[in-house]
Design a binder for this molecule. Structure first.
Ligand code: TRH
Length: 409
């Protein structure tokens, strides 16, 4: 691979080959280092990977993504080898964040994802740099109102003369926005008109195309005691339901509910009106396409939660539970924000079903909550479209970061 500079030359060539022309926001390509630690699941990797790809593809920046564990990334980004120390994919240099951290020239812009911290030696190198890099702490997404007041606030390093800023994703102009790729809606709408592409997706997922009267549900959730009664409701329902579950998701519950006859790709499990399909984990872009075609999307965490909104279909959020129950405030804050412009009855149905799905004791039985949620489908579909269109009037997160960084480097 030769010297650091040989890598840079090769990277710049890859960037210029792959990316659109220079970014009007930052015409001189800069070096960006994105650091992320994998706590658990896929979102920590998913958000960083999506940002890295967008900075390279849409803004022609020279991006290196550092992850302390590459296994999650390898599951959602085909071509990534979790055993390799350094590799290129989608115009991004992907490196393992190993400790002790090898001396590395600091980048011009540094993203510390989800407050993961940075290698000590790297911070020391940043302090020695002729020009202090622009340093942003990319925070977790929340719809709570305090986010507007916190976004962009300085958080200077306690010891070193290094400026640092909070970058809060969010749903308003006062926040750092959401990750949304250029042309995303056009790609979504074109895909929905492309029967051949849709058939290709279903064959990749090893499931048949949807039947006319079928409710097709994509299911990405954390372990959830509400799942077995919901599966019962679907099996005993009066209309066909196909539930598509990525492999490894809700494994224990599915094992118990199917009596051990767990579905696997190409081998669904059927009970009553319900077909339970296990689908392979696919690349982020293919997962997007699944969300675009499903009737209702059950999503979780952060990144799939945002993708479900861009899919403009009714969705259900399984929020990541936090020890101090802070997630209930986050959930209600989003429902309050999302419900603006939606009629009272569909709002009540959505709020009750989401709270039941997240285990709120006061939400009542999940099967009746589901019935009301599905009965509000037409309202929820129209609203999902309007919500996505409204959100898309806000600057996207990557462009916002490039613009802010351009002021500092
Ligand atoms: O996997 P998650 O539960 O991750 C979460 C979030 O990171 C959350 O912030 C963090 O607090 C918690 O972990 C610890 O959910 P999320 O954020 O939706 O990430 C899932 C990623 O997986 C998303 O980028 C989409 C991607 N994905 C694929 O690319 N292919 C697939 O087949 C599936 C099912 C998901």
């Amino acid at each position: 691979m030769g010297s650091h500079y040989a890598r840079r030359r090769m990277h710049r060539r890859a960037i210029m080959a792959g990316a659109s022309s220079r970014s009007p926001l930052m015409p001189t390509p800069r070096r960006w280092d994105i650091f992320g630690r994998i706590v658990d699941n896929y979102g920590d990797a998913g958000v960083c990977w999506r940002l890295a790809r967008q900075l390279a593809a849409e803004h022609a920046q020279e991006v290196t993504l550092w992850q302390d564990d590459l296994r999650a990334l390898a599951r959602i980004a085909p071509g990534i080898d979790s055993a390799r120390e350094l590799q290129q994919a989608a115009g991004v240099t992907v490196r393992r964040w190993a400790e002790p951290f090898a001396p590395t020239p600091p980048a011009d812009v540094v993203i510390e994802a989800f407050g993961c911290g940075l290698p000590e030696s790297y911070v020391a190198a940043m302090a020695r740099a002729a020009t202090a890099p622009a340093w942003f702490i990319l925070e977790y997404l929340s719809a709570e109102s305090w986010v507007d007041g916190s976004h962009g606030l300085p958080s200077p390093h306690p010891r070193l003369a290094l400026p640092r800023r909070f970058w809060f994703p969010g749903f308003t102009a006062g926040t750092g926005g959401l990750l949304r790729e250029r042309g995303l809606f056009a790609a979504r709408d074109a895909f929905r008109r492309d029967d051949a592409a849709q058939r290709a997706l279903w064959s990749t997922l090893q499931v048949p195309p949807p039947a006319a009267d079928e409710t097709r549900v994509s299911l990405l959730c954390y372990p959830n005691p509400g799942l077995p009664p919901l599966l019962d409701a679907w099996a005993d329902g009066d209309a066909p339901v196909a539930c598509l579950v990525p492999e490894g998701v809700a494994g224990g519950a599915l094992d118990a509910w199917t009596g051990g006859d767990v579905p696997h790709p190409g081998h669904p499990f059927r009970r009553g009106r319900l077909w339970l399909h296990a689908i392979p984990f696919v690349a982020q872009d293919a997962y997007d396409r699944l969300l675009w075609l499903s009737t209702v999307n059950f999503v979780r965490g952060e990144d799939s939660f945002v993708r479900a909104q861009w899919a403009a279909r009714p969705f259900v959020w399984h929020i990541y539970a936090q020890t101090d129950d802070a997630h209930w405030r986050k959930l209600d804050a989003f429902i309050d924000r999302y419900s603006l412009g939606l009629a009272l009855e569909p709002v009540a149905a959505l709020r009750r079903f989401w709270r039941a799905w997240n285990g709120a004791p006061d939400a009542g039985p999940i099967d009746t909550a589901w019935k009301d949620f599905l009965a509000a489908r037409a309202h929820l579909e129209a609203h999902a479209d309007a919500w996505a269109a409204k959100l898309a009037t806000l600057p996207d997160l990557a462009a916002g970061l490039v613009k802010a960084a351009a002021l500092e480097v």
